[in-house]
Design a protein around this ligand. Structure first.
Ligand SMILES: *Cc1c(COP(=O)(O)O)cnc(C)c1O
Length: 367
């Protein structure tokens, strides 16, 4: 078999959104991580982690490598895509709760095997590590466990998106002759805290340590927010995940994220599922992109005066704000429609700007 290796992630565009800028009252730049091969930024972190574990061709030693991942979500999908880019086998073990859609997507991405086992992630993960990986090792495979968020190689992989953002904002400033390239805020979601840790690492690398970072969670996945309020990180922070934004649902964030979260420039913000859902349908209306709730929560901040409210100060038409469109594949047209049926009522209480496309459409068909 010809063994090729291709980088498992791509450089993504940073686009200025006219519609979201209008809604937010400042310049909104969208970092389109939804365009990654796996549909989320996880291609970067997991891709980098896996790339770094390939045997050094110079040494030529070690048995055939096989990647293992226990996630029915975007991490499993990122692992399957990365394994294919690296021409290596991968096995993804998912709990019985995983949707048929995600299983089909992980299979289609080229996973060598997708195995359903266990009622919860813990059971799936335990089965994979204690049974499958041990058996494979006995057969002489070099097994590599791909973690979703808690590893320096994951954070490093994510951090490079800040290099691209810096580069692109520099170009914007150059084109506009003398404008400042630095953003006035960066908006990103927090699950286990891998993305957030990578963003902070990248921000430090460019001397942007004073730039406000808004770290978003939903009620019911707010493990960073709760740990920061208590001033300590003890597992588990949350007794259970009670939000539909399951991709943000880590009961405890990684220590690195907790430490970054204590910085003065970080604002931890928690929104409702209804607001995250609104972010999803408005992004679909305004930019024709489908993302899951975990990403909609970031977009929601651009509407209804939320950005200034949570940033705690006024922005003007020139202020540049970067929203990380982290993506996520667990979304369908039908689900988007059902979000609007279920949560459309929140638009009745929104500060609306009728010039924004999404405010012209009818939640619940009621306008
Ligand atoms: C994984 C994921 C997150 C959360 O990332 P962490 O690194 O776990 O904090 C947010 N959004 C999407 C779409 C994801 O797939």
């Amino acid at each position: 078999m010809a063994s090729t290796t291709k980088k498992p992630w791509i450089r993504t565009p940073l686009i200025e959104s006219a519609a979201l800028s209008k809604a937010a009252g400042c310049r909104i730049f969208l970092k389109l991580e939804n365009l990654q091969p796996s549909g989320s930024f996880k291609s970067r972190g997991i891709g980098n982690y896996m790339l770094r574990r390939l045997p050094d061709p110079a040494s030529g030693s070690s048995g055939p490598i096989h990647f293992y991942c226990s996630s029915g979500g975007n991490a499993g999908l990122a692992c399957a895509h990365a394994a294919r880019a690296l021409s290596r086998p991968c096995t993804v073990v998912v709990p019985l709760t995983t949707s048929a859609l995600m299983i089909a997507k992980i299979r289609a991405a080229g996973a060598t095997a997708v195995i359903q086992e266990g009622a919860s992630w813990v059971e799936a993960d335990t089965y994979m590590r204690l049974i499958l990986m041990r058996e494979a090792e006995k057969k002489g495979e070099k097994v590599v466990y791909a973690p979703p968020f808690d590893d320096p190689d994951i954070w490093e992989g994510h951090s490079w998106m800040m290099d691209e953002i810096k580069d692109d904002l520099d170009k914007v400033a150059l084109d506009e002759r003398g404008g400042r390239s630095e953003p006035e805020a960066v908006i990103c979601g927090v699950g286990g805290g891998g993305l957030f840790s990578g963003v902070m690492q990248g921000i430090d690398r460019h001397g942007w340590g004073h730039v406000p970072v808004i770290a978003l969670e939903t009620h019911g996945t707010d493990s960073l927010n709760q740990a920061l309020k208590r001033g300590e990180l003890k597992a588990p922070t949350l007794p259970a995940i009670t939000s539909r934004a399951t991709c943000l649902g880590a009961r405890t964030v990684c220590r690195q994220a907790f430490e970054y979260g204590q910085r003065k420039n970080v604002k931890s913000v928690v929104l409702e599922d209804a607001e995250a859902a609104m972010g999803c349908w408005r992004l679909a209306d305004d930019e024709r992109m489908m993302v899951e709730l975990a990403c909609g929560v970031n977009v929601a901040l651009c509407y209804g005066g939320r950005l200034e409210k949570y940033l705690g100060r006024k922005l003007n038409a020139e202020s540049k704000v970067v929203v990380i469109v982290c993506g996520g594949s667990n979304i369908t047209v039908e689900e988007l429609t059902s979000y609007r049926q279920e949560y459309g009522h929140i638009e009745k209480f929104e500060a609306r700007n009728e010039e924004v496309p999404s405010t012209q459409s009818a939640p619940n068909g009621s306008r």
